[in-house]
Design a protein around this ligand. Sequence first.
Ligand code: MBD
Ligand code: FE
Length: 293
Amino acid sequence: GHNDEEPTTGHTLGQDFTDLVIKSMGPKTSPRLRTVMSSFIQHIHDFAREVNLTSEEWMLGVQMINAAGKMSDDKRNEGQLMCDVIGLESLVDAITYQEAVKSNKPLTASAILGPFWRSDTPTRPNGSTISFDTPEDGVVAFMSGQVTSAETGAPLAGAVVDVWQASTNGLYEQQDPAQQEHNLRGKFVTDAEGRYSFYCLRPTPYPVPGDGPAGQLLDLMDRHHWRPAHIHLIIEAEGHKAVTTQIFDSDSKYLEDDSVFAVKDGLTVDFVPRKNDPQAAFQLTYDISLALD
Ligand code: MBD
Ligand code: FE
């Protein structure tokens, strides 16, 4: 309870002050916002008390947030990357998909979106390529698979498979003026048997952008910047829950110490040598199973 006698400064140090801040929300606050902000205020106050946060340390944090905002636009999301390096996007992904995981059905596992998805990716024909200026050290792979309903196993025609990946220099197309627009991205619509296919690069490991506060934070924590070789996917089909995921080359470095903690069971895949195709040295079969909405 409140103690009206207590002086304001001492008061500010303890739970009474935290309660005062939480109780300052008005009756028109939505129930969900009240729940989220009450918990957020409680935890951030407890955090500051637990580490005896100094004014200087607090201001450094504020400056990091401001710097992240300043360098962000629709091609760069530094705030998201800061969350990624402390595992927050992966935790939220796990929370979001926890019901799906419990369902016992052979569902495609999810993974974090990351900062490089684009909303305006073009649709391309099945069997075509997403690699328009394949670099000298790029290895082309043929990726294909079938999208089915986890409920019935039936193939899903007209499902959309949206894919994107970085080039061998570690850069996504929007980070790299040397790549043509929408290079290494494409949306593919499944055929009557639920099948999709395209040529891409066999992915390679790369460091997350190190020129902002997220990279600075990694350095301060004495951590490396690397991610294992991966391809991003979002799969959507009528009447089914969309899934955002990433697949990881089982041969890649950094599977055990991904700088953004996205690797989990069911997401590693095997690229195998491809015979009789002058266009691709490797192939990957990746089937997708979606839950009913
Ligand atoms: C990436 O390419 C990425 O996929 C994630 C999740 C975070 C940073 C860079
Ligand atoms: Fe990525």
